[in-house]
Design a protein. Structure first.
Length: 222
């Protein structure tokens, strides 16, 4: 599917940004669109690293914001990853979106965030904001959860589960996009999220197995 094929289904500004780097969607992105990405449906996207998952979440977030549906939240597990995503979005959507990064003081309500369109944060930070009953949560339309398989993590899992559960309760029409390369129980997780499951094995670089010994690699024929 070409980017041009969805020009009537996404805002013109988003189309122009996408067209700078993308002419044709990757397999996982095609499947996500067919599964209802542009129709506001919840999705659980399980595809290999570098297969294009991030763009799926990006399209959902930016489309919702540009169409006036509400704010977007991008949840990541690590502060370093949050900073990386913040810089990438700031550069890509300069002049189009007001983007904020919040990964710090867990006791702050961050009242400034009410003035931003897209908020990039860690699961611990959004959990803190929810516990502080910040006023802008009902105005969120889309939430992307990167590395959602960490729901199974002993340390981060419970916090992430609480965040998703509360957001579903507080924003009934919230579109949730879960992204992961490794999920052991995708069908069960998709059911819990009330999401369409998108699975694809395509990757941009062939994955090969081999054994490294004394400077040489012997690859498997399988």
């Amino acid at each position: 599917m070409l980017v041009e094929d969805v020009k009537d289904r996404i805002p013109e500004d988003l189309l122009n940004v996408l067209a700078k780097d993308v002419t044709e969607f990757r397999p996982a992105q095609n499947k996500a669109i067919e599964a209802g990405l542009l129709d506001g449906k919840n999705l659980l996207v399980c595809t290999p690293t570098a297969s294009g998952k991030t763009l799926v979440g990006e399209i959902a977030l930016v489309k919702g914001i540009m169409e006036g549906k509400g704010k977007g939240i991008y949840v990541v597990p690590l502060r370093a990853l949050a900073v990386e995503k913040y810089k990438a979005f700031k550069e890509k959507y300069a002049g189009l979106l007001r983007i904020a990064l919040t990964i710090g003081d867990m006791d702050s309500t961050e009242s400034r965030l009410a003035d931003y369109d897209l908020i990039i944060c860690t699961s611990e930070k959004i959990d803190s904001l929810l516990r502080h009953n910040v006023s802008w949560i009902p105005y969120v339309s889309t939430m992307v959860v990167d590395e959602i398989h960490l729901l199974n993590d002993l340390h981060r899992g419970p916090t992430l589960e609480v965040v998703i559960t509360l957001m579903k309760q507080l924003v009934p029409k919230l579109q949730i996009i879960g992204l992961s390369a490794t999920i052991g129980n995708p069908k069960e997780l998709a059911s819990w999220l009330e999401a369409e499951l998108v699975i694809d094995l395509w990757r941009p670089v062939e994955l090969r197995q081999g054994i490294y010994l004394q400077g040489n690699i012997e690859f498997s024929n399988n």
